[in-house]
Design a protein around this ligand. Structure first.
Ligand code: NAP
Length: 303
């Protein structure tokens, strides 16, 4: 099978295309033919070596953490059949034509979600879900401020928060205003021109994926007892009277199936910015590294 691997930390040129033996089926796990895979910032952060203290790698590494594809072998897992279309997390790397995955991070692909879009859902959507609900405790009638709202995580967070009945404030560049309005943002704040603290206050939950000053200023818009949930660490200077939580996404039983249900019912949709072939994975990661992605960058793994 074709697969991308790298054997040292470095720039995107360390990513190389190989012809490797396909993995064998394993009891209790699904063997899947991969059609598409999603790019996430963690891919280039790990590859560059910048995260070696948090996520030390054992080389060689097959990159990419989420996929869509078709079950080849169920590994004896009840409730799944060969030939079913699924999507989900790929802890061993999705940049390969066949992979073995844990059932906990997998869901059936809804009919209205294309195989292409499905490749980029799991990691970003689960992160947004866990940030808002598991850590933020967001409920109907509350106010939420979502930073980097047009990105992979933010695009899902805006839709989940709106579905939950919250009032949604979103920071983004002007070019993403209409996109975020369509996703359900009540107010889009162009962070290049407007200080968000001038237009939003008494917020229950802030979802922060921007380091430093943005995090520091965000505490000021929280109501007493409100919480800032960060997906990028931080939390060094949390003022009294508000709360901070740092999240590292972990697969949880039933969560991706719940998200698939919201997609099936039309409450949530996936947004793909561009689809690139497997051999252009370096270009895709470099593009992600610019920090300007709207929705998701997808890799076509199937030939
Ligand atoms: N802890 C975890 O488990 C976990 C899981 C997933 C992701 N993450 C992290 O979360 C972060 C976001 O991930 P992602 O996939 O959403 O990234 P992404 O798709 O690359 O985010 C791109 C977006 O960031 C926006 N942006 C950049 N700087 C901004 C700023 N100062 N204020 C507001 N928006 C800004 C851009 O918006 P404009 O173009 O509109 O300016 C762009 O739309 C990354 O650092 C990632 O590593 C953590």
């Amino acid at each position: 099978m074709r697969a991308i691997r790298y054997s040292e930390y470095g720039p995107s040129s360390v990513l190389q295309l190989f012809d490797l033996p396909a993995p064998s089926p394993e009891d209790g796990k699904l063997l899947v033919k991969v059609d598409f895979a999603g790019i996430n910032p963690i891919d280039w952060k790990v590859r560059s070596g910048g995260f070696r203290d948090f996520f030390p790698q054992t080389f060689p590494v097959i990159p990419l953490g989420e996929f869509s594809g078709t079950i080849i072998d169920t590994g004896g897992v009840p409730g799944f059949e060969p030939g079913e279309d699924v999507f989900g997390l790929a802890p061993r790397g999705a940049a390969a034509e066949q992979i073995v995955v844990d059932v906990i991070g997998i869901a059936r692909r809804p009919e209205n979600l294309t195989q292409t879009d499905a490749g980029g859902v799991a990691l970003a959507a689960l992160t947004a879900w866990q940030a808002l609900f598991d850590f933020g405790g967001l409920v109907a009638g509350q106010k939420v401020l979502i930073h980097a709202a047009a990105g992979g995580v933010g695009s899902y967070a805006v839709q989940f928060a709106k579905w939950a009945g919250a009032t949604v404030y979103a920071t983004a560049s002007e070019k993403n205003r209409e996109y975020l309005k369509l996703l359900g943002a009540d107010e889009v704040i162009d962070y290049h021109k407007v200080r968000f603290e001038d237009v939003v206050s008494d917020v229950d939950v802030v979802l922060s994926s921007v380091h430093g000053e943005t995090e520091e200023r965000s505490y000021g818009v929280l109501k007493p007892g409100g919480i800032l949930v960060s997906v990028v660490g931080g939390g060094e200077n949390v003022p009294e009277g508000v709360r901070f939580a740092s999240l590292r996404m972990q697969p949880k039983e039933g969560q991706l199936a719940k998200i698939a249900g919201l997609i099936q019912e039309g409450h949530v949709r996936a947004s793909t910015e561009v689809v690139l072939p497997l051999e252009s994975i370096g270009e895709a990661q470099d593009r992600s590294e610019t920090g300007r992605t709207r929705g998701k960058i997808i890799i076509r793994v199937e030939r």
